[in-house]
Design a binder for this molecule. Structure first.
Ligand code: CDP
Ligand code: MG
Length: 136
């Protein structure tokens, strides 16, 4: 049975700044993802804090929210079969040093904080995150 899913992807400020938007989108398309929606925006720190609320107790939370709001980002809804896990696999490990060959973070990530992309980690969170950015 096919399980078409949608997931939220963000091209983070380090990658937008290095003009990698086109190359990263090509990687999604080459891996069978359809980009259903996309927009380039810059968010306020308080919005980043809401988006990353799950991490609020972590030592990196403040820097993470400063970073996500530091420059333009590209927010996308990606669709394909098993999109959530497929996107996590294509992104690679959180720390680019641990990411496998062929993944976005291996290819473009600079460091654990400047790791070029965000992707939802579950179908449930994908719905919440898509709503966060695309519910008008
Ligand atoms: O993005 P991912 O789901 O792979 O990782 P996460 O554990 O949900 O962490 C969210 C983001 O916080 C990461 O993508 C990193 O940018 C950042 N982070 C960090 O700066 N330092 C850490 N030790 C862990 C995560
Ligand atoms: Mg995460």
């Amino acid at each position: 049975m096919s399980k078409i899913e949608q997931t939220l992807s963000i091209i983070k400020p380090d990658a937008v700044e290095r003009k990698l938007e086109g190359e990263i989108k090509e990687m999604f398309k080459n891996n069978g993802f359809v980009i259903l929606k996309e927009k380039k925006i810059q968010i306020e720190k308080n919005e980043a804090e809401k988006f990353y609320k799950v991490h609020e107790a972590k030592p990196f939370y403040n820097d993470l929210c400063d970073y996500l709001s530091s420059g333009p980002i590209v927010v996308m809804v990606l669709e394909k079969e098993n999109a959530v896990l497929g996107n996590r696999n294509l992104m690679g490990a959180t720390n680019p040093k641990d990411a496998k060959e062929g993944t976005i973070r291996k290819k473009y990530g600079i460091s654990i904080d400047k790791n070029s992309v965000h992707g939802s980690d579950s179908v449930e969170n994908a719905k919440i995150e898509i709503d966060f950015f695309f519910s008008n």
